[in-house]
Ligand binder design. Structure first.
Ligand code: GLP
Length: 263
């Protein structure tokens, strides 16, 4: 696993956006060989999206031959609901770039048939040859996408009940009212994310320090689903200094040293 430690939120955002740009350009995507990108929501990736929009406007990257799959969506929120992940992606990223509408994939949280929706999502990903780069954030309890603690580490896309801690953490987007937060979500599984050729997890702020400690220094465990990244051949964590607060000093020094000057 690589751990890229940057000074702050902004430099994490810049590094992540430059990396995505580099990967898309190196792949030289075409209509028949698109670059498949897995995308997260949340406050952590917002800065990266802003940077990617700037890079797109500066013609450093094009999304013309990029296909996206979002990680998750709340059950029961219309795409037009301001807290739905459909709305988030549209407002914070998609509307500014040249991604083709038919190349955008998000789980339909309004579906009546969860199983069908989820298996079709997986099938579409497979048909495209899988995900090239899956980007994610991490919850305070170490969850990736909505794979809450004790999710199977081989899980696939499915419906999940959200934990009290996640509902509480996400209530900040719902007028701080926990009763407004959906209790279920559709989410890609840990196994779905780990099938990607490369996985890049972004983590910023002190609140993510415990998740990083368990993800980087402790054993692989379904209690902290981020820890499965340890078994991925190309896993990257991009974090700021605050998020490394619970790591051993020697761990931080090791990664600062080995990643010095690398992209
Ligand atoms: C939600 C999302 C996750 C995200 C997490 C952290 O639970 N389902 O994909 O990583 O929040 O969000 P934030 O970046 O806002 O801390």
């Amino acid at each position: 696993m690589r751990v890229i430690i940057k000074d702050n939120y902004d430099t994490v955002a810049k590094w992540a956006a430059s990396y995505v740009t580099y990967k898309i350009n190196a792949y030289k995507p075409t209509p028949t060989k698109p670059f498949v990108l897995g995308l997260p929501t949340g406050s952590t990736p917002l800065g990266m999206y802003e940077e990617l929009i700037k890079l797109y406007k500066a013609q450093k990257v094009s999304f013309e031959n990029v296909v996206t799959f979002n990680m998750d969506e709340y059950v029961g929120l219309m795409p037009s609901h301001p807290q739905s992940y459909h709305y988030f992606m549209q407002e914070n990223f998609f509307k500014y770039i040249n991604l083709k509408p038919q190349n955008i994939h998000l789980l339909n949280g309004m579906t009546k048939d969860f199983a069908k929706e989820c298996s079709e999502y997986e099938r579409t990903m497979r048909k495209l040859g899988g995900v090239n780069l899956f980007i994610g954030g991490v919850g305070e309890d170490g969850h990736i996408a909505f794979n809450e603690p004790f999710s199977s580490l081989t899980s696939r896309t499915r419906v999940k009940t959200l934990t009290e801690s996640t509902i509480k953490a996400n209530s900040r987007f719902f007028d701080n009212d926990v009763s407004k937060v959906p209790t279920m979500a559709l989410t890609v599984g840990v196994g779905t994310i780990m099938d990607a050729q490369e996985v890049m997890i972004l983590a910023t702020g002190k609140k993510k320090a415990e998740a990083l400690k368990h993800g980087i220094e402790e054993g692989v465990s379904h209690m902290w689903t981020i820890s499965e990244l340890q078994r991925h051949p190309h896993g990257i964590i991009v974090c700021d200094k605050e998020a490394t607060a619970s790591l051993e000093k020697s761990t931080v020094e090791y990664f600062l040293d080995i990643e010095r000057g690398k992209f």
